[in-house]
Design a protein around this ligand. Structure first.
Ligand SMILES: Nc1ncnc2c1ncn2[C@@H]1O[C@H](COP(=O)(O)OP(=O)(O)OP(=O)(O)O)[C@@H](O)[C@H]1O
Length: 582
């Protein structure tokens, strides 16, 4: 504060000159540290000088904040300690404080050097004192403005650094809707180059509120962008700062939501294990269908890899860098499925999350939606889904806004949809809309030749995951795995291998004893076969399994099993080998 006047030294000098010209006396103006900023007449040579060792009267003014008029310099009590007390050149003195926000920031000092000047001043003293007070006020106001401007500059620079730290986009608009301030996030989200300042922005509320944010369409340079955010009116007097828009680009918001909720792994065709003719053909088909946007219907028993095939189509397609959003129509309560699929806006219906929700279709915009267990979709929703597929548009529940949909649909089911159509549980028109590209995944029991490679694949996966040392798997154990019926298909096989790796002994070998009990029992007892289709070969397999199960998985155990079966060890090994090569 004491040095405030130094920032307006030119102004101070101008006022000193005016006073001097009007009153025709010597004038000086010092700041709060008694540093002379301006001087005329006898004070002119000492401008920019530190006067703190003198100025006894000034120090008194600084303390009392009151004007001092000294009509007999040298003899006044305030002059007692002054070094010039006995040879003072001044005949009359006036010291007027300059105040800013209640503090003395400087003093206007006026001195008469002869009696004539003194008489002139004394004659109209009251008028002159008023005049000095006014000039002091002017200087004080100017200093206050300076202080405000510096304060505002500091605020703006602090605000700038704060808004550049926030993730949200910030646009500050002037009264005419032109951009007056923006942050880096706004520039990036709106994909705008330099020169944002001054550009007009059209803001239109779409009518939808999701979460705490409203949805707006921003029109800048003829392009429209959808953002979610809040608008505040600043309400000050500065026309450059009328409105603040805090926003997140809808696409960014969708990505954040997707990151938070998605559990899908981006597995491609190379992760589909199997060398059977059916799997090789399936991979070729995936590669072909991946190129289009046509709807795909994947059928197959539970655990055959329908979701894996869906992600492989996505990963092989041009949409691989867009989102893959999966929804299991059987796992979501019927009452919630519609809002999960299409979303809803704030206040859409009672019982809903009051904040609204973005639907899976919207989340998948530009990418792929995987409708798993489509056979479990209730009939009334089948109608709505059909409409979205036909019109490629949707409306959030409770909203009037039509949203264009650019999403590839992949549906999957383990149900017989044709049968369901006959039973009037599935709409025929929807079936044909979905079944544009049908892909069927055969169950594992129809492609037993894939079992070995799948087992190896899962052993490697779980050995790595559990950080175990693996030394190999017994032929006899493999035989059990090949013989099992695998009602749960690959998921069941994977679980079995995970169990076995958990049970593995210190020696790192997977033996019959590590197999899940159920597999040992069903294969051993032949329960995995239907009795009326049992061939001689199967009968033989069954008996061998039973005999092996009765003895330990050692050479001696095998010798005893062979003895019980009435065959030699060599024949037993040959038969096990034949199974392996099947
Ligand atoms: N050919 C395969 N190669 C490697 N892993 C596979 C294969 N097929 C399926 N899997 C794995 O098996 C498990 C089950 O597969 P997925 O979930 O895709 O089956 P699904 O048919 O969609 O099952 P559901 O009908 O129960 O939804 C997953 O861990 C998947 O990665």
């Amino acid at each position: 504060m004491a040095e405030l006047l130094r920032n307006i030294q030119d102004t101070v000098a101008r006022y000193a000159a005016i006073i001097s010209r009007v009153l025709d006396v010597s004038v000086e103006i010092v700041d709060g540290n008694l540093f002379r900023l301006a001087g005329t007449g006898m004070f002119a040579p000492g401008v920019n000088r530190d006067m703190s060792s003198e100025g006894f009267v000034y120090r008194h003014v600084l303390q009392t904040r009151k004007r001092q008029v000294i009509s007999d310099p040298g003899n006044d009590p305030l002059c007692t300690h002054c070094q010039h007390q006995n040879h003072c050149l001044e005949k009359f003195e006036i010291s007027t404080p300059i105040l800013c926000d209640g503090q003395v920031i400087g003093i206007i000092g006026l001195a008469c050097q002869n009696e004539e000047e003194k008489l002139r001043l004394e004659r109209k003293l009251d008028d002159y004192l008023d005049f000095l007070d006014q000039i002091s006020d002017f200087i004080g106001i100017k200093a206050h403005e300076q202080l405000e401007a510096a304060h505002n500059r500091a605020m703006i620079s602090m605000l700038d650094s704060v808004i550049n730290k926030v993730d949200q986009g910030v646009l500050i608009l002037g009264e005419e809707g032109e951009i007056t301030t923006f942050n880096e996030s706004a520039r990036q989200q709106l994909h705008l180059g330099g020169g944002l300042l001054g550009r007009p922005v059209g803001i239109a509320f779409t009518g939808d509120t999701l979460g705490n944010a409203k949805e707006y369409k921003l029109a800048i340079d003829g392009t429209s962008r959808t953002v979610m955010g809040e608008i505040f009116s600043i309400g000050g007097s500065d026309p450059h700062y009328a409105t603040v828009l805090l926003f997140t680009d809808s696409k960014k918001l969708h990505s954040q939501l997707y990151e938070m909720t998605s559990t899908v792994s981006s597995l491609g065709c190379q992760h589909i294990i199997g060398t059977s003719e059916q799997i090789v053909q399936l991979k070729l088909d995936i590669h072909k269908v991946a190129r289009s946007s046509s709807t795909v219907l994947i059928t197959g028993e539970s655990g055959t890899g329908k979701e894996l095939v869906a992600t492989a189509i996505w990963q092989d397609s041009e949409r691989k860098n867009q989102r893959f959003v999966a929804i299991n129509c059987a796992a979501i309560p019927e009452s919630l499925l519609e809002s999960e699929l299409f979303g809803y806006v704030k206040g859409a219906f009672t019982g809903a999350d009051p904040n609204g929700k973005i639907g899976k279709f919207e989340l998948a915009q530009g990418g792929v939606i995987f409708l798993d267990e489509i056979g479990d979709m209730p009939l009334h929703l089948q109608v709505k889904l059909l409409r979205v597929i036909q019109e490629r548009k949707l409306m959030r529940i409770g909203s009037n806004q039509v949203i264009p949909v650019n999403v590839r649909i992949i549906a999957a089911t383990n149900k017989d949809l044709r049968q369901m159509i006959e039973e009037r549980k599935f709409r025929e028109d929807l079936y044909y809309r979905l079944n544009v590209i049908p892909l069927h995944i055969p169950p594992l029991r129809e492609r037993k030749e894939d079992i070995d490679s799948l087992v190896q694949f899962f052993i490697e996966r779980y050995v790595r995951l559990f950080d175990k040392c693996y030394a190999g798997i017994d032929e006899q154990t493999m035989w059990y795995l090949r013989e099992h019926r695998w009602a749960g298909n690959i998921r069941e096989l994977e679980n079995a291998v995970e169990f076995m790796v958990n049970m593995m002994e210190e020696d790192g070998r997977l033996t019959v004893s590590t197999l899940p009990k159920e597999i040992r029992e069903t294969v051993g007892s032949g329960q995995n076969r239907s009795p009326d289709v049992m061939t001689l070969r199967e009968l033989e397999r069954r008996e061998i399994a039973k005999a092996l199960q009765r003895h330990p998985a050692t050479t001696e155990g095998k010798r005893q099993a062979a003895k019980e079966l009435g065959i030699s060890m060599a024949t037993l090994y040959r038969k096990l080998e034949q199974e392996e090569n099947l």
